[in-house]
Design a protein around this ligand. Sequence first.
Ligand code: NAP
Length: 259
Amino acid sequence: MDLGIRGKRALVCASSKGLGRGCAEALAAAGVDLVLNARGAEALEATAEAIRAEYGVSVTAVAADITDEAGRARVLEAAGAVDVLITNAGGPPPGLWSDWTRDDFIKALDANMLTPIALMTALLPGMIERGWGRVVNITSQSVKAPIPQLGLSNAARTGLTGYVAGTARQVAGHGVTINNLLPGSHDTDRAVALEKGVAKAQDVSLEEARKIRCKSIPSGRYGTITEFGNTCAFLCSEHAGFIVGQNILLDGGQTSATI
Ligand code: NAP
């Protein structure tokens, strides 16, 4: 399917690896020029080069911490006028409700709520002026059903979800859509980090921990970054202009809910 976005320009945050990279590759496959970002310059440049070589689109790489104001300013300056924004950053660490201090919450809110809001505040006006835009926020299945050990993530991402619910409806009349993609368990470094937590808590091997996690997923496996990226690219396509303020779960059926 032609997504109808060839020649558009996208900023994909936190995209040298994992879900962000999946989104970047799928957008590049649709002919979208990219601005990519991550903190580590080496992996970022390698990803940028691989995408340039495979898809022939223009790729600008900006090594910066997207959750830091100065880093974000550098990314936004390099990005300029973009048609598509994918917000993403590392997720908060796991733990227990009794461990978390005010500072832990501030850090999580900064990374997973206030950073995407700041990016939208900066880029929505240009999209509105040009009469076309797409924003996809990478959040988490924890928005639909809490993950007990990820309370910091549950809290920050639910705040972002509330913001998007209202804002998406304020900008939709200008041809700009905002939606959230909610990953369940996907095969990325983050998934391995969470497996290590399960392995330690249940005193089992990493392989066993993965089996335990996969058992709780009706599809019986983790999702791939390609599946995730292609769904993101569809949400950014011409065809998705009537999808507004939605929270799309990609979790292999793990969240047991009727709607
Ligand atoms: P990942 O494989 O660890 O990749 C994270 C990517 O983001 C890397 O490119 C990393 O590069 C970059 N990054 C991290 N923090 C950054 C920052 N502050 N500024 C700029 N770039 C940053 O993680 P992932 O699995 O793709 O997860 C992406 C998001 O989805 C996370 O918020 C995660 O919590 C959420 N999520 C993931 C899953 C899953 O199953 N994978 C499930 C639910 C939610 P550098 O380290 O070099 O910066």
